[in-house]
Design a protein around this ligand. Sequence first.
Ligand code: ZN
Length: 235
Amino acid sequence: MLLADRSWSDVQRGVTVVVPVGSFEQHGPHLPFDTDAVIASAVGARVADHLGAALLPSLMYGSSGEHQSFAGTVSIGAEALRLVIVELVRSLRTWAGRVVLVNGHGGNAPALAASVAQLVAEGHEVGWVPCEWISCTPDGLPWDAHAGRSETSLMLHLDPDRVDLTRAEVGNTTPVGELMAAMMAGGVAAVAPNGVLGDPTGASAEEGEVLLASMVAAALDRLGDPPHAASQERR
Ligand SMILES: [Zn+2]
């Protein structure tokens, strides 16, 4: 159920609510600023379907300081995001049951962890899951961090009209862990002037579909509600 399309009289008190959390940050020369929100929203929609939950629109602004030197990037920072999540969940919980936050941007993780810890201590039924895939997918698809093959494939599957492959460029393909110190000091631009951490070469909608299914399965698994358990229940 897309909550934005409904009226208050459609909403059952105690319903589970899924909230996708995105970002508004550069995603290389070929992907749109809201890429993380599009992915979080797609994962969130499938998680919501599985849980029989209501889906909120994506939170569009996150903590993206590492991308700030690229024009167009908009970040509210970790502390503001933490507070937004706390107040949003407190408000939701006046009528909702469980709240599940689905995060599409790694830079949001510390704010989500801090806000959820505070909310749980306040007694709220709330949790968060990252949009990450199970690294051991049967076909062993490669994963890269930012605006590379993985995110490009996901966007080719989800929103192909907004992907401009004629502008796709290889970026810095060094594993992100090894770039962290340089990125902490100088942001993403210091290690990848075109904003790409990875290589979009070889991206495809088909690969994006496999990735998305894997991310949804990983999210449900983390929530303690894996898809196979549900299919067994249905039998
Ligand atoms: Zn992204």
